[in-house]
Design a protein around this ligand. Structure first.
Ligand SMILES: [Zn+2]
Length: 284
């Protein structure tokens, strides 16, 4: 099988993948992976995204943004730094940016993923999110969003923001309510499928993908996060130092295969559709 593959969202520069990068980069060429959007999330990781993109210019598109988890620890110069990186890298896009109420309302005080991070309240997140949306709109850049437990606020913010020219943004692996698909789509949204939803406990999110408009569907790994259920994994990596499962980006092929099976659509036809959608969204 050699359909062209497009990973709409991942974090290939992540420190969890770094020790295995030699192995990963030798395995990926066998996969017909045509392009991947690699997302930075904090001022501290933007240089690593840019370096990786320079090393693999044929298939990596760098994406830079201040993720809600990192808003609380931003420097006073964050926007100037982001703007300077975008000036120097005209093919870069924006993300991962957005809103996260899980972090402020539901996450345990000792959650290791939020270790050392000041949890910015939603009002502060909104200010920073809107500043980045304005930057994306002024430069006509596709934008990748993050949202947990704040879908209504996200929809309101997008409606009020300076219009992102359509077709222009990608909510995260879409785990929001099915009722919001249509309103988001009318604002120009694409929706990406992640193999994580193949887990039996995520049947509701999986079912949502029956309702995505055909021309708005994308596929992603979010590697090294969001691993597929064990029996779907074709590519494996050892867990992180804290024991968290690590998703190998080579699982993009299995993610395509699984979604085609779920939708009852032949893989080549799904892959052609995803390719068209990806190029429409991510071609500047
Ligand atoms: Zn992500």
């Amino acid at each position: 099988m050699s359909v062209p593959l497009y990973d709409a969202h991942n974090h290939l520069h992540d420190e969890w993948l770094a020790p295995h990068w030699g192995k990963i980069s030798s395995q990926l060429p066998a996969l017909n992976l045509r392009r991947a959007i690699v997302n930075g999330t904090a001022e501290s990781d933007w240089p690593a995204v840019l370096t990786l993109a320079r090393t693999h210019p044929s298939w990596i598109t760098p994406s830079l943004g201040l993720h809600p988890w990192h808003i609380g620890n931003r420097s006073p110069n964050w926007l100037a730094t982001l703007t300077a990186h975008l000036d120097a890298t005209p093919h870069a896009v924006i993300g991962e940016i957005g809103l996260d109420r899980w972090m402020t309302d539901r996450a345990r005080p000792d959650d290791p993923r939020l270790n050392g991070l000041r949890r910015a309240p939603l009002s502060e997140q909104l200010d920073i999110f809107l500043a980045q949306l304005a930057l994306a709109a002024s430069r006509n850049l596709p934008t990748t969003l993050h949202c947990i437990d704040a879908w209504g606020s996200l929809h309101d913010a997008l409606r009020q923001a300076p219009a992102l020219p359509p077709p222009r943004f990608l909510p995260p692996p879409y785990g929001g309510p099915a009722e919001l698909i249509r309103p988001f789509a009318s604002l120009g949204a694409y929706f990406s499928f992640n193999g994580y939803f193949l887990d039996d406990r995520r049947a509701r999110q999986l079912d949502t993908f029956r309702h995505i408009p055909p021309d708005r569907l994308l596929i992603e790994t979010d590697a090294p996060a969001m691993p597929l259920p064990r029996h779907w994994r074709t590519h494996k990596l050892p867990p992180s130092p804290e024991g968290t499962p690590v998703n190998h980006p080579g699982n993009i092929e299995a993610t395509y295969t699984a979604l085609a099976a779920f939708l009852g659509e032949p893989l080549p036809s799904l892959a052609t559709r995803i390719e068209k959608n990806f190029l429409r969204l991510f071609t500047p």
